[in-house]
Design a binder for this molecule. Structure first.
Ligand SMILES: Cc1cc2nc3c(=O)[nH]c(=O)nc-3n(C[C@H](O)[C@H](O)[C@H](O)COP(=O)(O)OP(=O)(O)OC[C@H]3O[C@@H](n4cnc5c(N)ncnc54)[C@H](O)[C@@H]3O)c2cc1C
Length: 664
């Protein structure tokens, strides 16, 4: 076999997968064998558990209603749990601030599992692990108060209701993954007359679009009526040039010229976005967070379900079915109750959103993990299934959607201080007025890059998974007294709105940063930043090279003094003075990775290509997993993630339906 770039990665990952996963492998035969072996082992284990920890073993509680509390993803989660003498009778949520549509769906699903199984041996819901852990911990808290045995409840394994059950289903088109791209593909395929089955791993519809802000649809009717007409040929030429010609020019053209129609298509279906001329970029702000999921569900209902198709959630695709000639003819999936679905289909559309939550894969493909700011359930299963069915690993595989930076300190500080105070270190990672250095201590950019999300993240990533923001005592004093005005911040930190939703009132340039010293000392005490009385001491404490950092610091001081940054050309107004006296602090700023980009090479019909760049019959891909055709390495864009997901889904679904219906 001729080896190609990417082959090594493919073989390593596939073999690793063979070792650790029950559903993937180096060949489809070994996959099946492996899966069969592991399935037997699993069945044995659950049988053993059934006898060892019988669900009927008696539980005892002090009857009554108890308030259980724990930390969720977005602060405290408070429950009222009612016990009878031998039963957890009811769980009521008193207060929670979890992500609309994701966290609350997880809470409902877990409540149901705990009550019906009378167990705490429940799995965290994919995509909402922190919320799940919070809910389980809050129930544990109440169980303890009611004198119940938490450990016994945690070990009380309950066999999945339908383990061993197999169902056969049939569709023209199966779509795997219900993010923006999968929903669009399912809807547009159904609109062509295809019977569609959409399967989704979680209880949530909409995937990462539920967390997003806006999408780019070029020259949409809304954009034109607002007076913004993008020069298409110029846009395409610059896009190709900026990505060093290592892109699929036809795919870019297709997105730029056809995304406008997607805006109208969505609006007609009730998913109304709001046009925003964002400094010349045609962005379209998504509906309110609460409305998005219901709107997508309504689209699916009107097109997929009304036409005989199905939307099956809490169901994970495990393997693609292929025939003797290598064509993809269906999907094997597993429902949360243990039922195995064998779904026969004429075409399959992969829309599983990539692998950003799979640390090992990101490290192997990209060089480091960063922080996964995307969906926790996107672990590359869809890509592995498609590769096992003959799809090519693209030559530019490894691209990520690096967006903004995060301060490692935020989470722990949120447990100890108000959301505003806890976000002090985070806010400074978005201001151009502070010295930024890489892990070695060398300065690495014009810090004005922090004003733009993609530039901020990519300049940092080029220097490693994190960088350090240096803050002097005089700067801290100025922040304490006069807020961000004290350090001449040019504008509010450009963080996504959800980052400051909890302190909107205080998020102003002139709000004094009370307690700043205490917060920064706590950050250091928590191990999420460093402090030194001198520059040398800071370098030592932060693990930087003393000589490298001292030199960078001295050069930066000279730039401040002279008003000229000869190294990086930072504008004079951002060369904010730093006191010569310590202490100094270093904030650990990490790269936020919103998703992986690419993994399946597609043509403009969204057919997945094999190693010979010929379509794998019956297999399509849309959304992030097909997005490597637009970018040379990593994502460069504003709104392209959403714009392309909806557009590729709309077009890819249409084409998958057309092939399926011709094959009828
Ligand atoms: C916090 C955040 C903010 C963002 N903000 C913006 C923005 O403002 N503008 C913009 O353009 N882009 C933004 N993006 C990126 C954008 O959201 C994504 O590019 C886009 O939503 C991806 O859509 P998708 O359908 O390809 O994948 P996803 O939305 O990831 O959907 C994939 C779906 O597949 C499911 N799945 C995974 N594995 C399986 C399996 N084995 N079986 C069945 N189902 C499976 C997942 O549960 C998920 O629902 C943001 C992303 C994040 C994380």
């Amino acid at each position: 076999m001729k080896r190609k770039p990417g082959f090594k990665f493919l073989m390593i990952s596939l073999c690793l997968v063979l070792m650790v996963s029950m559903f993937s492998g180096c060949s489809s035969d070994s996959t099946k064998q492996d899966a069969a072996n592991q399935q037997t082992e699993q069945n044995q284990t659950s049988k053993e558990q059934d006898t060892a920890d019988s669900p009927s073993a008696e539980l005892t509680f002090k009857p009554g209603t108890y308030t259980g509390e724990a930390k969720g993803k977005e602060g405290a989660l408070k429950l009222e749990v009612t016990f009878t003498e031998h039963e957890i009778a009811d769980i009521k949520v008193v207060s929670q601030g979890e992500t609309a549509g994701i966290g609350d769906a997880a809470i409902e699903s877990l409540k149901e599992q705990i009550l019906s199984g009378q167990t705490l041996a429940v799995d965290a819901v994919s995509g909402a692990s922190q919320t799940s852990e919070g809910l389980i911990a809050a129930v544990e808290d109440a169980v303890s108060q009611a004198g119940g045995d938490v450990e016994a409840l945690k070990n009380r394994a309950v066999k999945k209701e339908n383990e061993g059950k197999v169902e056969q289903l049939e569709a023209d088109v199966v779509v795997v993954g219900a993010g923006a791209s999968g929903v669009s593909a399912a809807v547009s395929a159904a609109d062509q007359g295809a019977k569609v089955i959409l399967i989704e791993k979680t209880a949530t519809i909409g995937g990462a679009s539920n967390l997003s802000w806006a999408g780019k649809f070029y020259n949409s009717s809304a954009s034109i009526s607002d007076g913004l007409k993008v020069e298409v040929e110029k846009e395409i030429a610059e896009w190709i040039y900026n990505n060093h010609w290592r892109v699929d020019a036809a795919a870019i053209r297709q997105y730029v010229t056809q995304s406008g129609e997607t805006y109208d298509w969505l609006a007609k279906k009730g998913y109304q976005t709001t046009f925003l001329n964002f400094a010349g970029e045609p962005l379209h702000v998504l509906p309110s967070y609460e409305d998005r999921q219901p709107l997508l569900r309504a689209m699916l209902h009107a097109s997929v379900e009304q036409n005989g198709g199905q939307v099956i959630t809490e169901t994970t695709a495990k393997e693609l079915i292929t025939n003797e000639s290598g064509a993809v003819t269906g999907v094997i999936a597993e429902q949360s109750d243990g039922t195995k679905l064998n779904i026969a289909a004429k075409t399959v559309v992969m829309a599983t959103g990539g692998y950003a939550a799979n640390k090992e894969m990101v490290k192997e493909a990209f060089g480091f993990e960063g922080v996964n700011g995307g969906l926790g359930q996107n672990i590359g299963e869809g890509l592995k299934m498609a590769w096992a069915a003959g799809a090519k690993v693209p030559d530019n595989f490894g691209g990520q959607m690096l967006h903004q930076t995060l301060a490692r300190a935020t989470d722990k500080l949120k447990e100890q201080y108000s959301a505003f105070e806890a976000s002090y270190p985070l806010m400074l990672t978005y201001l151009p007025n502070f010295m930024n250095v890489g892990p070695s201590g060398a300065r690495f950019r014009d810090e004005a890059a922090t004003l733009e999300a993609v530039a901020a993240a990519n300049t940092s990533a080029f220097n490693g998974p994190h960088h350090l923001v240096i803050v002097s005592q005089s700067q801290l004093d100025a922040l304490t007294k006069k807020g961000m005005n004290g350090v001449h911040a040019p504008k509010l930190p450009g963080m996504p709105p959800e980052f400051y939703a909890a302190f909107q009132e205080q998020f102003k340039l002139d709000t004094p940063w009370t307690n700043a010293q205490q917060i920064f000392d706590k950050m250091v005490e928590n191990g999420d930043g460093y402090k030194g009385n001198t520059i040398e001491e800071l370098a030592k404490n932060a693990g930087m090279d003393v000589e490298v950092f001292s030199k960078a610091y001295n050069n930066y001081q000279a730039a401040i003094k002279n008003g000229v940054d000869t190294e990086f050309g930072k504008a004079k107004e951002y060369l904010e003075p730093m006191s010569g006296n310590g202490p100094y602090y270093a904030i650990i700023a990490e790269v936020n990775n919103l998703g992986s980009v690419g993994g399946l090479l597609v043509n403009t019909e969204f057919q997945v290509l094999n190693d010979q760049r010929v379509p794998v019959k019956g297999l399509y891909a849309v959304g992030l997993e097909s997005e490597g055709v637009l970018f040379n390495d990593t994502y460069v864009g504003n709104g392209v993630g959403i714009g392309y997901s909806f557009t590729s889904g709309r077009l890819g679904g249409e084409r998958a339906a057309s092939e399926a219906l011709t094959a009828k």
